[in-house]
Design a protein around this ligand. Structure first.
Ligand code: B12
Length: 217
């Protein structure tokens, strides 16, 4: 468990949308020996969830949501190199194309998944956010990917995960790739309904599932 004062300081910076404050707090936490992943899962994610709940309940408005998201992104940027520094010298378990699907600009979670995949030795092509199914499939072929990882945070963009799988089927490529979906809108039931794997609600669990799918871990 991370230190309670550190957790509270990070939590408050997210709620206040304080980019400078959070970069400082997160840097100090890492220098003080806290694990980057523990900072994300125990401090940053719960704070951002609170922001989302407040927004949902009408107690927070879009400009504040944007500031909180920018603070989160600033924290992840500080943590990303530390996550990737954990990379161990080992055989590459596989190649992954990651994207946030069309219509969706939520990319914080996807960026964390990419950092953790790299830390676990995967070769990763990050296509960014708001990526159409056709681009995902074309780039997966070019990159000779083993896995396609899709992130969807909006209920309205979840169908684009289905579109990606359908396009693979139409092109006779479905057996070529393992497809994982994740992000706030994804669920095990939806994943099953589109013939994809559910990556789980946390990046770490998702990466472990991908390692297992590649016969590792
Ligand atoms: C930050 C945020 C934003 C930021 C995004 C900034 C950015 N660069 O990402 C901004 C302010 C831009 C934004 C905009 C909007 N947002 Co918003 N946003 C959020 C918020 C608060 C946090 C999301 C987040 O980053 N969570 C933290 C990350 C780390 O978690 P995560 O994404 O789930 O990822 C983790 C796992 O899911 C997993 N994972 C993720 N992807 C993948 C993929 C794979 C393959 C695997 C294995 C694992 C995996 O690993 C990650 C790390 O553990 C959520 C609330 C919430 N509780 O989620 C609302 C939320 C997602 N937003 C919402 C809405 C409605 C919007 C807007 C439509 C608002 C508006 N009226 O304009 C716009 C949509 C813009 C668009 N077209 O995409 C709703 C969605 C409702 C729904 N179900 O459809 C939510 C749930 C808020 C709410 N309660 O109403 N938003």
């Amino acid at each position: 468990m991370i230190d309670a004062d550190t957790k509270q300081a990070i939590h408050q910076c997210i709620l206040d949308g304080d980019r400078q404050g959070i970069a400082r707090a997160v840097r100090q936490a890492v220098e003080g020996g806290e694990e980057p992943l523990a900072i994300i899962e125990q401090a940053l994610n719960p704070a951002l969830k609170e922001v989302g709940d407040k927004f949902d309940a009408g107690n927070m408005y879009l400009p504040e949501l944007i500031l909180a998201a920018e603070a989160m992104q600033a924290a992840v940027e500080v943590l990303q190199p530390h996550l990737e520094a954990k990379k161990q010298e080992r055989e590459v378990p596989g190649r992954v194309v990651m994207a946030t699907v069309q219509g969706d600009i939520h990319d914080i979670g996807k960026n964390i998944v990419c950092a953790l995949l790299r830390a676990n030795g995967f070769e990763v092509l990050d296509l960014g956010r708001d990526v159409p199914a056709a681009t995902i499939v074309a780039r997966a072929q070019e990159f000779d990917a083993d896995i396609i990882g899709l992130s969807a945070l909006l209920s309205t963009t979840l169908p684009y995960c289905r579109d990606t799988v359908r396009l693979l089927e139409e092109l006779g490529l479905r057996q070529r790739y393992k497809v994982f979906i994740g992000g706030g809108s994804a669920s095990p039931a939806f994943a099953e309904s589109i013939n994809a794997a559910y990556g789980g609600p946390h990046a770490e669990a998702g990466v472990q599932s991908m390692l297992r799918a590649m016969g590792r871990g």
